[in-house]
Design a binder for this molecule. Structure first.
Ligand SMILES: [Zn+2]
Ligand SMILES: [Zn+2]
Length: 106
């Protein structure tokens, strides 16, 4: 299982750029990442139903802080004050929308 080697915020494109230990590079638009927050406030713990209305995520959202949580996840503090989202690496990798990953998933 690859893990992020580097995590960079790219202000110009409003993307988080993750370079993985297997050399893969993923680019995540900030808003998309926020919309996929897996915390208990955004996704129902038991049913998996999405509680967050993706339309209500501000278009100008950005991460104020990105921190590594142990060896398995990244934690985001968002500009809308939301700070409970812990994104496991497997989830992040799954959110990669590049052509290779999209093709591998279908
Ligand atoms: Zn959340
Ligand atoms: Zn990819």
């Amino acid at each position: 299982m690859p893990v992020p080697a580097t995590v960079q915020q790219e202000a110009a494109t409003r993307e988080l750029v993750v370079t993985w230990t297997d050399g893969h590079v993923s680019r995540y638009p900030y808003r998309l990442l926020r919309q996929h927050c897996p915390c208990a406030m955004c996704v129902h713990e038991w049913t998996g139903a999405q509680l967050l209305d993706p339309e209500r995520v501000p278009p100008d959202i950005y991460p104020k802080d990105v921190a590594r949580v142990g060896a398995y996840a990244l934690r985001f503090v968002w500009s809308d004050g939301h700070a409970t989202g812990i994104y496991p690496f497997a989830l992040l990798r799954n959110l990669c929308a590049c052509r290779d990953c999209t093709r591998a998933r279908t």
